[in-house]
Design a protein. Structure first.
Length: 151
């Protein structure tokens, strides 16, 4: 699998590039009143309000550091509304590489939603399924991740 690689706390995470709509720089986010702490906020992207999940907060790794390598990875969500997007905020979003998935699950599950682990020559990689993660957290988002936030 050709994967976009990034960091969430101490975890190295891979996501299939075919699932990514776009990667954008970290921008200033507007807060959402009453939202859970892991919902970093929203921003306007090409005329649409996009909710952004801080993967660090979601997994208990603190707040996503404000590094130059921090990015918002955009995914279509839900699948039946291809123009609706959700962003996942992560750091060290800078590498695309081939990840062998034949050993998927050999190590077992990790943090909430980051997916199963697989051994790699560089350590352990979590393989993120963005649809599964978003389905897992949507009910706790106060409606912000149901079909995107509508302003």
């Amino acid at each position: 699998m050709l994967a976009l690689m990034f960091q969430v706390g101490r975890d190295t995470v891979a996501v299939d590039v075919r699932r990514v709509r776009e990667v954008v720089p970290r921008v200033q986010l507007s807060p959402v009143t009453g939202a859970p702490a892991w919902l970093a906020g929203v921003f306007v992207y090409r005329g649409h309000v996009v909710p952004v999940v801080d993967l660090h907060r979601l997994t208990g790794a603190g707040e996503c550091p404000p590094h130059l390598s921090s990015r918002i990875i955009l995914f279509p969500w839900p699948a039946d509304a291809p123009d609706s997007l959700v962003g996942l905020l992560a750091t060290q979003v800078a590498e695309i590489r081939e990840v062998p998935t034949d050993a998927l699950g050999a190590v077992g599950p990790g943090h909430l939603g980051l997916g199963p682990a697989l051994p790699d020559g560089h350590g352990i990689i979590r393989v993120l399924n963005p649809e599964a993660l978003l389905a897992q957290i949507a009910s706790g988002s106060g409606g912000a991740i149901a079909a995107g936030v509508h302003g």
